[in-house]
Design a protein around this ligand. Structure first.
Ligand SMILES: C[S@@+](CC[C@H](N)C(=O)[O-])C[C@H]1O[C@@H](n2cnc3c(N)ncnc32)[C@H](O)[C@@H]1O
Length: 442
């Protein structure tokens, strides 16, 4: 049997009315034939010419960029970044939206995900229907908060550092990324050449002067002599094993948050926004309200951020168990919390380690899984521990909604949800949901 080749529609232009925002940094429109278009660089209510960037005839949907705006939304602003726009840097999705409008777009996405995937309304999750700006972030029209303490640059064939174009391996060379934190910009990564290098990751710690650069040489490439505008520690990603190896300086940075210093080894997770760790610790502790003597779990604990905050509150009579899959991160968590006798860190995957611990009860649980969420099995296990309260920290509202549905099926209901604009100018958003047993005292 022979199949007809499908006709690519890349480059085809459609004049469309733009509908609602969808999860992922684009809005929904339809061609006159009814085919769904996911259009970037536009806003709800606009009339634009959308040029297809991906998809073929008969596909479930096409991807497109708005290349001409025929009727602009009142929320549209001149993009502050000269590298944003159709076909350009893929790092930011909402450079062309006023800061308040960006947050409203995120509100719509969260509400839509909760409704579609969990059948929940904002009232049912105790959400005031806002995405809160981060205190200290610039939020006036035309201003850009410099929030990113970790930036991964890609290097083009001419050795220039830049950022990847949307859904592409191509590099958009930049001379300055506006959302990079000052500590990253000061390194001068964009101002120098990176011959034989594939990627350069820059890390600027908050609350210490630690700066780190992690370079990935091209296959067979030699390590260049790295001279930057500031002293840094230098790490190299091994071509063969993918491991991160020290070239010179410390193999970690020291971050300050929640009244403590945190060692974060290369490759270990740390929240990217300068103010995220403090803000999230405060939101989680406010939601959980730990008491002296509580037994608490910090699942997906990274280098121990929430475990540390919990341990200080549950006191000597309480106990905290953290579980983290990364070997290096688990070691860092043990190091960071070594002064807190009642904290134990187990290394391994939550769905494997948690059943092995033999723990059948907990008073409080915080879970902060990666983008994919915790999943049904882990949610059921956590719900079975009968915690008084559970705090769920989520960087993807779709994964949050799916897991909230599993929690509801397992007897937990959301009591409060807060959303934070921890990734300004992008479509990403962070949520903290606090759950309690649907039937209290059960
Ligand atoms: C979103 S981070 C949260 C880290 C920490 N709570 C923080 O705020 O710094 C998720 C963490 O989960 C870890 N992880 C990913 N999958 C895991 C799994 N199946 N079991 C345990 N940890 C996992 C990652 O290595 C990462 O450190």
């Amino acid at each position: 049997m022979t199949t007809e080749p499908t006709q690519s529609l890349v480059g085809q232009e459609y004049e469309v009315e733009v509908g609602a925002v969808a999860h992922g940094g684009h809005c929904v429109a339809r061609t006159s034939e009814g085919q769904v278009l996911f259009v970037r660089h536009t806003l709800p209510g606009e009339r634009v010419v959308a040029r297809v960037t991906d998809g073929e005839e008969g596909a479930r949907f096409l991807r497109a960029d708005a290349v001409r705006v025929l009727e602009a939304s009142p929320d549209r602003v001149e993009a502050p970044c000269p590298y944003s726009g159709p076909g350009r840097c893929g790092g930011c999705d909402w450079q062309h939206a006023a800061p308040g409008a960006q947050r409203r777009l995120k509100v719509s996405v969260i509400a839509e995900q909760l409704s579609r995937l969990a059948g929940l309304t904002p009232e049912e999750v105790g959400w005031d229907g806002t995405v809160e700006p981060v205190p200290g972030d610039k939020v006036a029209k035309g201003e850009v908060p410099a929030w990113r303490t970790r930036v991964q640059y890609a290097v083009d064939d001419e050795g220039r550092a830049g950022l990847r174009r949307h859904r592409s391996h191509e590099v958009e060379p930049v001379d300055r990324c506006l959302i990079a934190a000052p500590g990253v910009s000061e390194l001068g990564i964009e101002q120098r050449q990176w011959p034989q290098i594939d990627t350069v990751e820059a890390v600027a710690a908050t609350g210490s002067n630690d700066r780190q650069v992690i370079i990935t040489p091209k296959p067979g490439g030699r390590l260049p002599i790295v001279e930057l505008d500031k002293p840094v520690s230098l790490m190299r990603v091994d071509e063969k094993d993918g491991g991160v190896h020290r070239v010179h300086g410390r193999p970690f940075v020291r971050e300050r948050a929640a009244g403590r210093t945190w060692r974060v080894g290369s490759g270990g997770f740390w929240q990217v926004h300068t103010n995220a760790p403090d803000l999230l610790v405060e939101a989680v502790m406010q939601g959980l309200m730990p008491r002296k003597g509580d037994m608490a779990l910090d699942l997906y604990c990274g280098v121990g951020l929430f475990a540390g905050a919990l341990a200080e509150r549950v006191g000597d009579q309480g106990a905290v168990l953290g579980i983290e899959s990364g070997k290096r991160a688990a070691e860092d968590a043990r190091h960071n919390l070594q002064d807190l006798d009642r904290v134990r860190i187990e290394q391994g995957k939550v769905d494997q380690v948690l059943p092995r611990t033999g723990i059948t009860e907990a008073d409080l649980v915080v879970l902060d899984p990666p983008r994919a969420g915790a999943g049904k099995r882990t949610v059921e296990h956590v719900a079975g521990l009968g915690a008084r309260r559970i705090a769920y920290v989520a960087c993807d509202p779709a994964a949050l909604a799916r897991d909230l549905k599993y929690f509801r099926e397992a007897g937990y209901r959301p009591r409060k949800l807060r959303a934070f604009d921890l990734f300004p100018m992008t479509h990403h958003v962070e949520c903290v949901a606090v759950l309690e047993p649907a039937v209290k005292g059960s």
